[in-house]
Design a protein around this ligand. Structure first.
Ligand code: T1G
Length: 693
C-alpha cells in the first residue's frame, strides 16, 4: 500500500507530496498524512520553507465524497486547514489540474499559492447541495473581492489559473512538473521572493450591496435558491472574528450535510459514474474514426452535430437532394448554436463543418467504422436500411439504430452480422441532451457494447446500458407514468394545476407543456401503434386524441393543451375543457379536486412503479441506472436524485401502502411490483440494491 503522504527534505526546504489516486481526494489517510508531515517538519530546525503538491493528474479535488454520511474520522479537514495555516514555517501550495472544494480550501490556508498553467480552481460544493466547509467562505474573501467570492462560493463553477491570478486567489502561474515546481517555489518562499501571508490575518471587507443583491436573487428562487443562500450566509460571517466565523460555517455545513438537496445531488454525482460499470466493461472498444448517419432529420442532424463536436468526421446520408440541403442547413445551424453557447469557438467552426459530408450515395459508407441509423420509426424501413448497410459496410463496422422503442433483435435479424448491431438511443436535441441509452441485443458483441460506452464518453454523454423492450428504460417508464396525468385530469385535476404542481416539485416544465413542446402527434402515433397491444383492462383517456384530431399538435401548430400567442405567452386551449367534460359525462365520472401534493404523489409513484419493474426485469442493471436516465434525459430534478433515489426517501413500505390505496380505484394500473414488495418485506432500499449489483 503506497504511502498517501510523503515528504522530502532538499537542504533547508521540504516538499510534501500527496499521492491518493484517482483525484487526491482529502480522505482520512491524506488528512492524517499531512498533519504527520507537518508535525515532523515543524520541529526540524533545518527546514525554513515547505511546498505542498500532489502526484497524479490533479491537486486535491476535494473532500472524499464517499466519506459523507459516515462518522467523521479526525483529523477533519477544517482542522487540517487550521494546522497548515498555523504552521510556523511558510508553506506554498502547488496547484495543477483541478483544485476543487476542500482542495482549494487546503491551498487557501497555505501561505502562498502557485498554479501550473492550465490549472483550474473552484468551490463546487453547491453542486452537491453543500457549501465550502473547511474555511473557504472565510479565507477566500480575504484574498479576493466580494463579487468573485459570491460567484465562486454560490455558483460552484471553477475559474482558470489566469482569472485566479488576476483576482488574487493565487500568487503566480508557472509551467512545469509540480514536484520540480515545489522545490523551486519553496526556495523562493524561503528567500522572500514569494510573499508569504497568513490568510486569516488578512483584513476582510465585504461589499454589502453585492451581498444584498445576491441574497435577494437567491431568495426569489424559493427552494431552488436554498443551497446558494445557505452558502452566502457563511460568506456573510467572514467579517466576524475568524474562529467565530469558522464555527458559523461549520454549523451551516453540518446543516447542509443533512439536507435532502445534498442527498439527491450526491446520488446524482455518483449515478453519472456508476452507470459505466457494465458487464462488458473489460472488452476492448473498437476504433471509431469515421461515422455515418442515415437520415438528416431532427435526430439525424442532432446526432451528426454531436459527433462533429467530438472531432469526428461524419457522412450523413439522405434520400434526395432537397433533403441533403435541409440536413446541411440544420447541422450548420446547430453548430452556430454551439458557437453562441460557447461550446465551439469561431475558429474551430470551419474545421468542424469541414468534417461533414452530406450525400445521397450510401456507398460512401464503405469505410465507416460505425453507422447510426436515424430513419423513420418503422421496422420495414429499418430492415431495408440495415440490409443495404450489411452489403456496403466493411467487416467490423458497427451498425447502430437510434430507434426509441423498436426491438433491436428484430432489426438485427436483417443482417448477417447481428453481433455488430446495437441500439444507440439519443435524446432530442441530440447535440445537447447528455443521455445515451445503449441498447444491447441478444447477439450484440461485448466489444460493440464497450464501443458504445467509449463513444458516449467521447461525446461527453452519459451512457446507460438498456435491455430490449418496448421503450427500453426511459420511454417505457414515461409511457406508464404519463397515463397517471391523463387519469388525474379525467378525475378532475386541472391540467394546468398538474403542470404547476410538478414544476413546484422541481421539474423544468409540466407534462402537458412538455407534450405540447415535443408535439402531441408523436404520442398520438404511439397510442395508435400500441392500440392493438393495449390490454382491455387498461383505462384509456381520449382527450389527447381529440386535440390531435382537431389538428392541434402543440407549439408547432400554435395550439395543443395550450394556445401559444405571438408574445410568447400561453393560455389554456378552451376546447380541451370541452373534450374533458364530454368524456367525463360519457364515462359517468364526477370530477373532484386534487391537492398539488396528491398530484405529485400519484405521478412519482407511477414513475417508481414502472422504474421498479424495469430493474426487476433486468432491462436496467441497477436502480441507479434508472435514476441516471431520468436525471440526464428527462429533466428529473437533480436535487431529488432520480425516481428510485427519491423512492428511498418515501420508503418501500409506504409506497406499497400508497399503491394498494390507489388500486381500489384502478387495480390494473396500480399494482405493487414484486421487487418493491420484497424491499418492503425485507426493510431494505434501492440504495442497498445498488450496492449489491
Ligand atoms: N471524492 C471521492 N471520489 C471522487 C471525487 C471526490 N471528491 N471526485 C472524483 N472522484 C472519483 C470519481 O467518483 C471517479 O471514481 C474518479 O474519481 C474519477 O472521477 C470540505 C465538503 C475532479 C473534475 O465536488 O468534479 O470538498 O468512478 O470520472 O472526469 O468544503 O471528478 O473512477 O471509481 O469525475 O477527470 C468537492 C468532484 C467535494 C469534485 C475529475 N469536490 N469531482 O473529473 O474524473 S466536497 C468536488 C469532479 C468538498 C469541502 C467540501 C471530477 C474531477 P470512479 P471523474 P474526471
Amino acid at each position: 500500500m503506497t504511502q498517501v503522504v510523503t515528504f522530502e527534505k532538499h537542504g533547508d526546504i521540504a516538499t510534501i507530496c500527496i499521492d491518493n489516486p484517482p483525484v487526491n481526494a482529502a480522505g482520512h489517510a491524506m488528512r492524517q498524512g499531512v498533519v504527520d508531515a507537518l508535525d515532523a517538519l515543524e520541529v526540524d530546525s533545518d527546514i525554513k520553507a515547505i511546498a505542498l503538491y500532489c502526484a497524479g493528474r490533479t491537486f486535491v479535488a476535494g473532500a472524499d465524497i464517499r466519506e459523507f454520511g459516515k462518522p467523521s474520522q479526525p483529523p477533519v479537514l477544517p482542522d487540517v486547514c487550521n494546522r497548515i495555516e498555523a504552521c510556523s514555517k511558510p508553506i506554498v501550495a502547488i496547484l495543477h489540474g483541478t483544485a476543487l472544494g476542500g482542495g482549494l480550501e487546503v491551498a487557501l490556508c497555505c501561505h502562498a499559492r502557485v498554479a501550473q498553467k492550465g490549472a483550474k480552481v473552484g468551490l463546487p460544493e453547491v453542486h452537491l447541495g453543500l457549501l465550502p466547509g473547511s474555511g473557504g467562505t472565510i479565507r477566500l474573501p480575504r484574498l479576493t473581492d466580494t463579487a468573485t467570492t459570491i460567484k465562486m462560493v454560490t455558483g460552484g463553477a471553477p475559474i482558470s489559473a489566469e482569472e485566479a491570478l488576476e483576482k488574487g486567489v493565487i500568487d503566480r502561474i508557472v509551467d512545469g512538473d509540480p514536484a520540480q515546481t515545489a522545490v523551486e517555489m519553496a526556495k523562493e518562499l524561503r528567500d522572500g521572493k514569494l510573499n508569504a501571508r497568513v490568510t486569516r490575518d488578512i483584513p476582510v471587507e465585504l461589499d454589502a450591496t453585492k451581498i444584498a443583491s445576491a441574497r435577494a436573487k437567491f431568495s426569489a428562487k424559493g427552494a431552488g435558491g436554498a443551497v446558494a443562500l445557505r452558502a452566502l450566509r457563511a460568506v456573510e460571517s467572514a467579517t466576524k472574528p475568524v474562529d467565530e466565523a469558522l464555527a458559523d460555517e461549520r454549523a451551516l455545513f453540518i446543516e447542509a450535510l443533512a439536507s435532502e438537496e445534498h442527498h439527491g445531488l450526491k446520488h446524482a454525482f455518483f449515478a453519472e459514474r456508476a452507470v459505466a460499470n457494465i458487464p462488458e466493461a473489460k472488452a476492448t472498444a473498437r476504433e471509431i474514426n469515421a461515422v455515418g448517419v442515415i437520415g438528416g432529420g431532427t435526430m439525424g442532424s442532432g446526432i451528426a452535430t454531436s459527433l462533429l463536436l467530438a472531432g469526428l468526421p461524419v457522412t450523413v446520408i439522405e434520400m434526395a437532394e432537397e433533403r441533403v440541403a435541409f440536413a446541411t442547413k440544420t447541422i450548420t445551424a446547430n453548430l452556430q448554436g454551439a458557437v453562441s453557447r460557447g461550446k465551439l469557438s469561431e475558429a474551430a467552426f470551419d474545421a468542424t463543418i469541414g468534417r461533414l459530408v452530406v450525400t445521397t450515395d450510401m456507398q460512401t459508407l464503405a469505410g465507416a467504422d460505425l453507422v447510426i441509423e436515424a430513419v423513420f420509426e418503422s421496422m420495414e424501413v429499418k430492415h431495408d436500411v440495415f440490409g443495404k448497410l450489411d452489403d456496403i459496410c466493411k467487416d467490423g463496422a458497427i451498425l447502430a439504430s437510434n430507434t426509441s422503442y423498436l426491438n433491436i433483435d428484430k432489426i438485427a435479424a436483417a443482417v448477417k452480422r447481428p453481433q455488430d448491431v446495437i441500439g444507440l438511443h439519443f435524446f432530442s436535441p441530440a447535440h445537447v441532451m447528455r443521455l445515451l441509452e445503449v441498447v444491447v441485443g441478444a447477439e450484440t458483441a461485448d466489444d460493440v457494447v464497450a464501443t458504445g460506452f467509449a463513444l458516449a464518453k467521447r461525446l461527453r454523454k452519459v451512457a446507460v446500458r438498456a435491455g430490449v423492450c418496448d421503450g427500453f428504460i426511459g420511454n417505457r417508464i414515461l409511457a406508464h407514468y404519463a397515463r397517471s396525468t391523463g387519469y388525474m385530469m379525467m378525475d378532475g385535476a386541472d391540467y394546468e394545476q398538474i403542470d404547476n404542481a410538478l414544476v413546484e416539485f422541481g421539474a423544468a416544465m409540466g407534462p402537458f407543456t412538455v407534450g405540447d413542446l415535443s408535439g402531441l402527434d408523436i404520442g398520438w402515433a404511439e397510442r395508435k401503434r400500441r392500440a392493438p397491444l393495449r390490454p382491455s383492462q387498461e383505462r384509456y383517456v381520449g382527450v389527447a386524441d381529440k386535440i390531435c384530431e382537431a389538428g392541434d399538435f402543440g407549439r408547432k401548430t400554435g395550439k395543443g393543451y395550450y394556445v401559444y400567442w405571438p408574445d410568447g405567452s400561453k393560455t389554456k386551449n378552451p376546447n380541451v375543457a370541452k373534450y374533458i367534460a364530454e368524456e367525463q359525462v360519457a364515462k359517468g365520472i364526477t370530477p373532484r379536486s386534487f391537492t398539488n401534493a396528491e398530484i405529485v404523489d400519484r405521478y412519482i409513484t407511477a414513475m417508481i412503479v414502472e422504474s421498479t419493474r424495469v430493474v426487476e426485469e433486468g432491462i436496467a442493471l441497477r436502480p441507479i441506472d434508472v435514476d441516471a436516465v431520468f436525471l440526464f434525459g428527462y429533466g428529473f430534478p437533480r436535487h431529488r436524485g432520480g425516481p428510485l433515489c427519491y423512492a428511498d426517501r418515501i420508503g418501500a413500505a409506504n409506497l406499497v401502502e400508497r399503491i394498494k390505496t390507489y388500486a381500489h380505484e384502478d387495480p390494473f394500473y396500480w399494482q405493487v411490483p414484486k421487487l418493491l414488495q420484497k424491499l418492503a418485506d425485507d426493510n431494505t432500499t434501492f440504495a442497498d440494491l445498488n450496492k449489491e449489483r
